[in-house]
Design a binder for this molecule. Structure first.
Ligand code: NDP
Length: 277
C-alpha cells in the first residue's frame, strides 16, 4: 500500500498571488519530505469552515494570510506565546490528539532575515516601525527579545500604535509616537499595507538618514514607493519583505516537519538578481 503525502495549504483571500506553494514545494524537495502544499481561497465569511473542512479531510497544517490571521489564532485550541500576544497566527498545525495549535512565525522570519541574510545588528539599535496591524503585532516580541535599544511605533491611526505599545510594554523598551515625531531610525520597518496601493506613509523629517536600513514588509518585483522614497532620503540600504516571507515559511516548515530547510537557495530562486541587492 502506498502512503499518501501529508497535505498542507495556505488560506487567504485573495491567495492566487501567494508564493508559498512554490516555497514549500522547494523546501520539501530539498529535505526529502513527502508532502503536498496548495493554495486555498476561503470566502471572506467562511475561513473557519474552510480550514476545519481541510483538516477533517486529512490536512496536517496550514499557513494563513490576509485577512484571516486573527481568526486563525482565535479558532485554535492552543497558541504559542507569539500568536497569543499578537492575537494573530500565520501557521496552524494539527496535533496528534487532533487539537489545532496556532503559531506566529512572522517575527522570527523578520529577525532571521535582518540578522542572517542582511547581517544587521539589532542589539542596541533604534528600530522604528510604521503600522499597527497584525503584521506589526507579530514582530514586536522577537525584536524586543533581540535586545533592540528601543522600538518606536507610529501609525496613521495613532490610538492603535498606543494600544500596541502598551500591550508589549512589559517585554522591553517599546513606545508609541506620532508619525510626525518619530526619531532617526537605524532600522525603519514599514509594516503598513501602504505599498500595496503604491502610497508612502508620512516620513518625519530626520527619520531616514545615512545610518538607516529601510525595510518594507511588502515585497514586489520592483522597489516599492516607500523604498524609493527612503533611498532618495539617503538610506544606506533598502530591502523588501521577500526574505521575511521565505524565513517565516521555513519556520512553519520546521514546526510541521521537524526540519529547518536551507532558505538561501530558495531566496535565490525567487530573486535571481539577489547577489546585486
Ligand atoms: P493590517 O490590515 O492588519 O494593518 C494595516 C496597517 O497598515 C495599519 O496599521 C494601517 O493603518 C496601515 N495602512 C494601510 N494603508 C495605509 C496607508 N495608505 N498609509 C499609511 N498606513 C496605512 O495588515 P497587516 O498588518 O496584516 O499587513 C501589513 C502589510 O505587511 C501587508 O501589506 C502584508 O502584505 C505585509 N506582510 C508581509 C509579510 C512577509 O512575510 N513579508 C508577513 C506579513 C505581512 P490604520 O491603523 O490607520 O488603518
Amino acid at each position: 500500500m502506498t502512503t499518501q503525502p501529508d497535505r498542507y495549504a495556505v488560506f487567504g483571500h485573495p491567495v492566487g498571488h501567494s508564493l508559498s506553494p512554490r516555497i514549500h514545494g522547494w523546501f520539501a524537495a530539498q529535505t526529502g519530505e513527502a508532502m503536498v502544499y496548495t493554495a486555498i481561497e476561503a470566502p471572506l465569511e467562511g475561513f473557519e469552515a474552510a480550514v476545519r473542512a481541510f483538516f477533517a479531510d486529512g490536512g496536517r497544517g496550514a499557513n494563513v494570510t490576509v485577512p484571516f490571521k486573527a481568526e486563525a489564532s482565535a479558532l485554535a485550541d492552543c497558541r504559542d506565546p507569539a500568536a497569543e500576544r499578537a492575537a494573530a497566527a500565520n501557521t496552524l498545525r494539527v496535533e496528534a490528539d487532533g487539537r489545532i495549535a496556532a503559531f506566529n512565525t512572522d517575527g522570527i522570519g523578520l529577525v532571521r532575515d535582518l540578522e542572517g541574510r542582511l547581517a544587521c545588528r539589532l542589539e542596541g539599535a533604534t528600530v522604528v516601525m510604521l503600522g499597527a496591524g497584525g503584521a506589526a503585532a507579530g514582530v514586536i516580541e522577537p525584536l524586543l527579545a533581540r535586545g533592540v535599544g528601543r522600538l518606536v511605533i507610529g501609525n496613521r491611526s495613532p490610538a492603535r500604535a498606543v494600544e500596541l505599545a502598551d500591550r508589549f510594554a512589559d517585554l522591553g523598551p517599546v513606545a508609541a509616537e506620532s508619525m510626525a515625531g518619530l526619531p532617526p531610525a537605524d532600522i525603519l520597518i514599514n509594516a503598513t499595507a501602504a505599498s500595496l496601493d503604491g502610497s508612502v506613509p508620512e516620513l518625519a523629517p530626520g527619520l531616514v538618514g545615512s545610518q538607516t536600513l529601510a525595510y518594507d514588509m511588502v515585497y514586489a518585483a520592483q522597489p516599492t514607493a516607500f523604498l524609493l522614497r527612503c533611498a532618495e532620503l539617503g538610506a544606506r540600504r533598502t530591502v523588501d519583505g521577500l526574505g521575511m516571507l521565505v524565513e517565516q515559511a521555513a519556520e512553519a516548515f520546521r514546526l510541521w516537519r521537524g526540519v529547518l530547510p536551507d532558505t538561501a537557495p530558495v531566496f535565490a530562486r525567487l530573486r535571481p538578481s539577489s547577489t546585486a541587492e
